[in-house]
Write a protein that binds this ligand. Structure first.
Ligand code: FES
Ligand code: FES
Length: 158
C-alpha cells in the first residue's frame, strides 16, 4: 500500500491505496468524482483527461502516486460560474452523448492556458487523440475557438 497526499480541485485528500493505483481510480472510486470518464483505460481515447500541475494528463495511465495538484471537470467552475470552455461547449452544442466531453474540455482548457489564441491546427493538435464516437469534432473546434475569443475579451476587461 502507498500513502497518498493529493490536492484535488483545491482540496487536500490523503488515503492509503495499493501501489500503482491509477489516478483515475482514485478520482472515481475514492473521491467519487465521476465526471472523469473511464473509456479505453490505456491512454488512447482522452476521456479521462484531467489537469495535473496544469498539464492535460491521462488519469487512467497515471499512477496516483505521481500526481500532486489535480483539477478535474468538477473543479473548473468557480463562484457558481461555469468555466468559459464549459459555456462554449454548451453554446456550440459540442456534444451528443457527452462521454468524451469532460476530457475534451480539460484538454481545451490546458491548450488555452498555454496558447490563448490557437489556430484550428493548434486545436486539432492539442485534441488529437481525444476520441468522440459521436463525431462532434467540428463543433468542438468551434467551441474552443469561441472560448478563446471569450477568454481574451474577459482578460482585456480585467
Ligand atoms: S480512459 Fe484514459 S485515455 Fe482512454
Ligand atoms: S459526444 Fe459522444 S463521444 Fe463525444
Amino acid at each position: 500500500m502507498a500513502k497518498l497526499t493529493l490536492t484535488v480541485n483545491g482540496r487536500p485528500w490523503s488515503g492509503d491505496v495499493p501501489e500503482e493505483t491509477s489516478l483515475l481510480e482514485v478520482l472515481r472510486e475514492h473521491l467519487m468524482l465521476s465526471g472523469t470518464k473511464y473509456g479505453c483505460g490505456e491512454g488512447q481515447c482522452g476521456s479521462c483527461t484531467v489537469l495535473i500541475d496544469g498539464r492535460a494528463s491521462r488519469a487512467c495511465v497515471t499512477p496516483a502516486s505521481r500526481a500532486r495538484e489535480v483539477v478535474t471537470i468538477e473543479g473548473l467552475a468557480s463562484d457558481g460560474q461555469l468555466h468559459p470552455v464549459q459555456r462554449a461547449f454548451i453554446e456550440a452544442q459540442a456534444f451528443q452523448c457527452g462521454f468524451c466531453t469532460p476530457g475534451m474540455v480539460m484538454g481545451a482548457t490546458a491548450l488555452l492556458a498555454r496558447t490563448p489564441s490557437p489556430t484550428d491546427a493548434d486545436i486539432r493538435t492539442a485534441l488529437d487523440g481525444h476520441l468522440c464516437r459521436c463525431g462532434t469534432y467540428p463543433r468542438i473546434i468551434a467551441a474552443v475557438r469561441a472560448a478563446s475569443t471569450t477568454m481574451t475579451r474577459e482578460r482585456r476587461r480585467g
